[in-house]
Each structure stands twice: as C-alpha cells, then as structure tokens.
Design a protein around this ligand. Structure first.
Ligand code: NAP
Length: 287
C-alpha cells in the first residue's frame, strides 16, 4: 500500500465502470427507439497475441453495455486491397454503427489506407484524417480513445490543465500527438518529446502534467519528475509494466495512474461511449 504522503491513484477502473454504466443506459434507450442494439464492428487482421487479447476485452465490455460486437477476422496474409475492401463494406453496412480496426496491422499492410476506408461517421476510434482534423480544429467529431480517456481522468480528479505545463512523451497519430492537442485545447502549454529530443529528463522535470506514451517499460524515472506533478502513464508493455517506474514516481507525484487500472480501462470506456453516440447520431439522421 502507498505511504500516506504518496501520490493519490487516479482510478481508471472506477471511472470506466461509471462511464460504461451510463453507456449501457443509453444503449438500452437506443434499442427501444430503433429496435436493435448499437453495433460495433472490430476488424482483426492476423493473430498478434496482444491484439487478440485487446479484442477479447473490447467484446466483453460491449457485452456489459448491451452493444452487439461483430468481429471480422482476416488472415495475416490479407493484402491492403482486401483489408480496405472489407472495411469499406462495413462503412456501407446500415447495421454497423462503429468500426474499429485493431492495430498494429501486419507490416506489409498500408495502415493509413485501411483506416481511411472507415466512414467518418463510424470512426469511433478517431483514427481517420477527418477525425484528426476535427479534433485539431476543435469541432465535433470522434476523438482518439486513449487521449480522450486521459482528459476524462484529469477532469474526474479536478486537474485543470489551464496555464500548466504539460509534457507529452510520444507523438504517434493516435496517442501522443492528439494528446498534446487536447491538452492545448484545455489551455495547457504543451511540450512534445520524441526519439530526437535532447535532455529529455530536464524537460520532464518541467512538467506539471506528464503523459508518458513511449512504449518502453520503466523509461521515466522518479527522480526526473517535478515534485507534486500529475503523472499519466499511457504505456502498456508486457507484464503490466508502464513507461514510468511506478514505485519511484508514486513518491514524487501528487496524482498518478496505476497499471493496470489507469488509462487502459478508460480507452475502452470511451470506445463504447463513442459507439453509442455514433448509433444515436445515425438514427437521428435517419441513415
Ligand atoms: P508508437 O507509435 O510506437 O509511438 C511511440 C512514441 O514514442 C514515438 O513518438 C517515438 O518517437 C517515441 N519514443 C520512442 N523512443 C523514445 C525515446 N527513447 N525517447 C523519447 N521518445 C521516444 O506507440 P503508441 O501507439 O503511441 O503507444 C505508446 C504506448 O502506449 C505503448 O506502450 C502502447 O502499448 C501504449 N498504448 C496504450 C493504450 C491504452 O489503452 N492503455 C492505447 C494505445 C497505446 P518517434 O516519433 O521519434 O519515433
């Protein structure tokens, strides 16, 4: 158990449970109105063990919330053309509300081309250029689930980014880059760090809010952190290890996300919420 002066834990498990329950109630209302539950289609290409596990977890949460989940499994040898065609047919299917293409895709597939085959109004994972643009400009659209889940966690724990220095480690299109933009939209001063950044520990030491999304276990050391900072560990590596050395960071930070039970559950909760939202919006449009 943490010492009394250790950081408070930001429980993604609890907030996700609450968020999922709300989505479940909305899904039930949608079913009453439309005659069918919301439907999420998950495209899984190949059999990467981590991806198979993530897909299983997403299906379980769909079931909890009363959402139909339809997994389209494609062989690891699937070509970009075949994968794109499969996604396009889901985009045109009136019974499918949301489409998630589980990534990473096998290396020979052009991931961007497959993502762009997702109709913007079904892009509940926020991976298309359309969704990214909407997010960057700040107009309505589906958000990338992990950064959106992190903003929810900050809100839940009353962390207002306004005027704070936020440092984001990582700049991937689905995590680091949109994370910085969402923090910027909340009036933080944002610094991005990546593999070319010099003196990364010094920059981390300036962070009031740190988001680690690097994918390297134990990369961030406790001694780098600014005392009292808020530490969000989005890294998810083998053996339930984050990108931050938790045992060190918990002694320096004021708030910190645990692993498991921090960012991960929020990602899925936002995915489910945005699926319900996609279903409602499509129904209201009459499409
Ligand atoms: P990614 O596409 O591999 O991006 C990693 C980023 O880290 C890149 O921007 C890279 O910089 C940067 N980086 C790598 N080595 C670095 C170094 N030594 N110093 C500074 N920056 C470095 O990964 P991702 O998809 O964003 O995922 C990142 C982590 O989050 C992974 O552990 C993943 O499993 C986890 N994740 C968790 C969830 C969740 O729900 N909890 C969801 C998605 C991802 P360059 O751009 O210069 O290469």
């Amino acid at each position: 158990l943490p010492d009394t002066d250790d950081a408070r834990l930001m429980s993604g498990t609890l907030l996700a449970r609450h968020t999922l329950a709300q989505s479940g109630r909305r899904a039930a209302r949608f079913r009453q109105r439309s005659g069918r539950p919301p439907c999420l289609s998950v495209v899984l290409i190949g059999n990467d063990p981590a991806s198979v596990t993530y897909v299983r977890m997403k299906r379980a949460r769909c079931q909890d919330a009363g959402i139909t989940s339809l997994v389209v499994e494609l062989d690891a040898t699937t070509t970009t053309g075949e994968a794109t065609k499969a996604v396009r047919s889901l985009s045109e299917d009136g019974e499918v509300d949301g489409i998630l293409v589980q990534h990473p895709l096998p290396a020979h597939i052009d991931e961007r081309a497959v993502f762009e085959a997702i109709a913007p109004d079904k892009d509940i994972d926020g991976v298309t250029a359309h969704s990214f643009g909407a997010m960057a400009i700040g107009v309505p659209g589906f958000l990338p689930c992990t950064p959106a889940g992190i903003i929810r966690l900050l809100d839940e724990y009353a962390v207002d980014p306004t005027g704070r220095h936020a440092v984001v480690l990582g700049r991937s299109p689905i995590l680091g880059k949109p994370m910085g933009m969402l923090l910027l939209a909340r009036n933080a001063t944002v610094t991005y760090c990546h593999s070319y950044t010099g003196d990364l520990p010094a920059l981390v030491g300036l962070a009031d809010i740190l988001v680690a999304a690097v994918g390297k276990p134990g990369f961030v050391r406790g001694e780098w952190l600014k005392p009292g900072s808020v530490v969000i560990d989005a890294g998810y590596n083998e053996d339930n290890l984050g990108d931050v050395v938790f045992d060190e960071a918990v002694r320096v930070a004021s708030l910190i996300t645990p692993i498991p039970g921090g960012v991960g559950p929020m990602t899925i909760a936002i995915l489910i919420e945005q699926t319900v939202m996609a279903a409602e919006l499509a129904f209201d449009r009459g499409s």
